[in-house]
Design a protein around this ligand. Structure first.
Ligand code: HEM
Length: 342
């Protein structure tokens, strides 16, 4: 009986492993084809694969182990760590400035008040300082943890290799966070935010797919549902889905209440976000805005295919990870991610 159970469990494990392997191979192939088509594999600004091969060979293992342990204990961290990397890169580039605890820092700005995952970065950094002191930047930890928390954890495989070699910035100002796109932005506003960071329409659509996991504060959604005391639902919102959102986010909503960004499969990193958009079930106004442009809507259609989504997301994450990075002798390597020059 016991050995039969073990055999069944073993077959189950193999099936999962085979699926993950097949998925991974398809993504790598799709990724290479997409890169070739776009004339990419563009020069990166001083980053490299395995930048720490000699100085911290165990880096990937340490980041993955700590991140997976923490996400297993608290699944909400998957979305938090992915968003942390995005909010780091869009303000001053991917330089870990979002982590700094200084007066009027980025962290204190409105759009960052619901950002989290800082304690995971601290835990990883603590371990790294024991193994390879003063070597690995906080900005690289943020980039690695984003992938491992949101994507590698689910697939038990890394869908893309994170380029490393970023260094940490020393400036963190709430007043710089205007570079972050607003959830109430229309299509043109979103595209402008992205192009200001060197990212294009494809990146905007692919990266918005991050909203296949995680939550939004009700306050990010209620303006779509209620205006003043009257009920005036955003016409871009499916009526039945609007009712679901209203149940989760009444008017007024209790402080701190949240709603899933992907109403169907909120903790799965899959392509259902794009299927939702086609049904007018995007949770944020900025999600719905993607359907208001013909080229973006066509991309949404393409990315309902999970293999295409994983390939496009991987490529755009690498691009986002290169935004205004500090490399070479610029910036610093912090020992404590929350403090400049520590
Ligand atoms: C296209 C422009 C974007 C806008 C306007 C936007 C806006 C938002 C907003 C308002 C929230 C909810 C915050 C709250 O109310 O508490 C959110 C959550 C989230 N965003 Fe975005 N976002 C955008 C793009 C991205 C990108 C590029 C990524 C990552 C690659 C990302 C990853 C996430 C994740 C994972 C969450 C859930 C966080 C959690 O569960 O704690 N977003 N986003």
């Amino acid at each position: 009986m016991r050995s039969q159970r073990q055999a069944t469990a073993g077959r189950g494990r193999w099936r999962v492993g085979a699926t993950a392997w097949w998925c991974w191979a398809a993504v790598v192939l799709g990724h290479l084809l997409t890169c070739a088509r776009a004339g990419l594999l563009e020069t990166n600004p001083g980053l490299a694969y395995n930048f720490y091969a000699k100085t911290c060979p165990n880096l990937d293992n340490i980041v993955r182990t700590v991140t997976w342990q923490q996400v297993a204990a608290n699944p909400a961290l998957a979305g938090r760590l992915l968003r942390l990397h995005f909010h780091d890169c869009f303000v001053n580039g991917c330089d870990a400035s979002i982590l700094l605890d200084v007066a009027q820092s980025e962290k204190t700005a409105g759009p960052n008040l619901s950002v989290g995952g800082y304690e995971v970065i601290d835990a990883i950094k603590t371990q790294l300082e024991q193994t390879c002191p003063g070597v690995v930047s906080c900005a690289d930890i943020v980039a690695l943890a984003a992938r491992d928390a949101a994507v590698s954890y689910q697939f038990k495989a890394s869908l893309w290799q994170v380029e490393t070699g970023r260094r940490d910035g020393t400036v963190s100002l709430a007043s710089n966070t205007g570079a972050l796109p607003s959830p109430f932005a229309g299509f043109n506003g979103l595209l402008t935010s992205f192009s200001n960071r060197g990212l294009n329409l494809t990146d905007l659509v692919a990266l918005s797919g991050a909203h296949t996991i995680g939550v939004a504060s009700c306050s990010s959604v209620t303006p779509r549902l209620y205006q003043g005391n009257a009920t005036a639902v955003d016409p871009l919102l499916n009526a039945a889905y609007a009712k679901t959102l209203m149940n989760t986010c009444p008017n007024p909503s209790p402080a701190g209440s949240t709603v899933n960004l992907d109403g169907g499969t909120p903790v799965k990193f899959d392509s259902s976000y794009f299927v939702n958009l086609q049904k007018n079930q995007g949770t944020l106004a900025s999600d719905a805005a993607l359907m208001q442009n013909a080229a973006a809507a066509q991309m949404v259609q393409d990315l309902t295919n999970p293999i295409k989504f994983y390939a496009a997301f991987s490529m755009s994450m690498k691009k986002m990870g290169r935004v205004d990075v500090l490399t070479g002798t610029k910036g610093q390597i912090r020992k404590q991610c929350r403090q400049v020059g520590s």
